[in-house]
Design a protein around this ligand. Structure first.
Ligand SMILES: *Cc1c(COP(=O)(O)O)cnc(C)c1O
Length: 427
């Protein structure tokens, strides 16, 4: 990458593991384990590198906050100039509370409820990306009742195939649940143009996550460009082309960082030709490699000739290994130089509760700290209370400072919504 310098804040120094200038051990003492630890410098450098790569066309970055909705991350990105992409009423509420203005917000999602659509219209957000004709009809009715007009983007399924993606993160292939099929888009747009309370101002796609090449962007954008011409001929005033998220994270040693300069060069000419504003919605790319999960070894054991490292973080904290077969590097905070091949597993009562299987890792003992890399995206946001486990704390590091930004849950939090004395009523 030309402008190259993505901060690499997680390093071993003098035998111990650091996030920027903060030793992992200091975080463990201050916040306990398991704890997600985020680097402000890493997020900043990634935002700036992408913004620079896109500066040759009119563009706006809308961080996809489903990757990590942490308030301090939202604030940090907002202060850098980012907008936000939300996929639920809860994310919209979070974004507004974190100080994003309505014009900084776009929203998407295949199954928005009437309430979520109403909240988006009332907030006056920049763009509501819709995924079916039914949704546009409902949106038009709600906007009419509010006496408003809703700015609409059509999420089109560009039907591009993604090489080597896990089935759960490819989203833009023919027959997927997302978006309006490419061949129906013009017909749907014509109907939208007849409605009084929707304004068709954009086209949108999101071809998938963790995209290994730029080809899906090129192919998908070419399809949206073709449609833009047809929609304009039909009377639509298309101002935005939203190409979604999908820039990858280097999860494994030696994985390349995405070619941001190439990305800019791939999309900018089309965007300039069309005279639109390009919207991009990266999630994972900003935060994935900007966070680790800090965990403590509880026990070692051998079973059936196999070594186990049992740690205090499980699938309820980081679901990706179980759910997506995701690979996350794991290191000891203080490596001894000795190695062992082991399953690194959590405390949850499920055989599927693992962080790594048959992995050569640092030899560790009970009480040692380990870090799971690449845990900043789709980590905390996918965590749960399964097994009545308390959700982890989140810590932000900035230079030599660190702060708990989300407190670890308490037993009271677990039971806060339970009604001891339910109010039974006759039907
Ligand atoms: C999930 C999602 C994103 C972000 O995807 P990443 O792979 O994290 O960049 C962006 N846009 C939409 C519509 C999404 O559903």
């Amino acid at each position: 990458m030309g402008q190259g310098v993505l901060a690499q804040p997680f390093v071993h120094r003098d035998g111990a593991f650091f996030c920027e200038d903060v030793p992992a051990e200091a975080v463990a003492i201050a916040a306990g384990t398991p704890t997600f630890v985020y680097s402000a410098a890493a997020i900043r450098s990634r935002y700036r590198a992408l913004a620079q790569a896109l500066d040759s066309c009119a563009s706006r970055i809308h961080y996809s906050c489903k990757a990590n909705g942490n308030r301090s991350i939202l604030t940090l990105l907002r202060e850098l100039g980012s907008g936000v992409d939300v996929v639920s009423g809860g994310e919209l509420a979070r974004a507004l509370r974190a100080g994003f203005g309505p014009q900084d917000i776009v929203c998407g999602g295949v199954g928005k409820t009437a309430r979520e659509l109403r909240e988006a219209i009332q907030a006056g957000i920049k763009l509501i990306n819709v995924e079916s004709l039914d949704e546009i009809v409902l949106l038009n009715e709600i906007a009419r009742d509010l006496g408003m007009a809703a700015p609409v983007g059509l999420r089109v399924n560009p039907e591009v195939r993604i090489a080597n993606a896990h089935a759960y993160i490819a989203t833009g292939e023919r027959g997927h649940k997302f978006g309006i099929p490419h061949e129906s888009a013009l017909g749907v747009a014509r109907q939208a143009l007849q409605m009084q309370h929707v304004q068709l101002v954009g086209l949108d796609m999101h071809v998938g996550s963790q995209l290994a090449t730029l080809e899906p962007y090129r192919a998908g954008l070419a399809r949206l460009a073709g449609l833009t011409g047809e929609l304009r001929a039909a009377g639509a005033q298309i101002r935005y082309i939203d190409i979604g998220g999908g820039l990858p994270v280097a999860y494994n040693t030696g994985d390349p960082e995405p070619d941001l300069v190439g990305f800019g060069a791939t999309v900018a000419p089309t965007v300039r030709d069309l005279g639109v504003e390009l919207l991009v919605e990266p999630g994972r790319f900003f935060v994935g490699a900007s966070g680790v999960l800090l965990t403590r070894v509880l026990y070692r054991k051998e079973s059936g000739g196999k070594q186990y490292v049992i740690v205090d973080a499980g699938m309820n904290d980081l679901l990706r290994p179980s759910h997506y077969d995701a690979y996350h590097r794991i290191d000891a905070v203080r490596p001894t130089g000795m190695r062992v091949t082991a399953d690194v597993v959590g405390p949850v009562c499920e055989t599927g509760d693992f962080l790594a299987l048959d992995r050569e890792v640092d030899e560790v003992q009970a009480g040692d700290l380990m870090v799971v890399h690449g845990a900043g995206a789709y980590g905390y946001v996918m965590s749960s209370n399964y097994n009545a486990r308390l959700r982890a704390a989140e810590v932000m590091v900035d230079g030599h400072r660190h702060a708990v930004v989300t407190a670890r849950e308490t037993y009271d939090d677990l039971m806060r919504l339970e009604l001891e004395d339910p109010n039974w009523r006759d039907a």
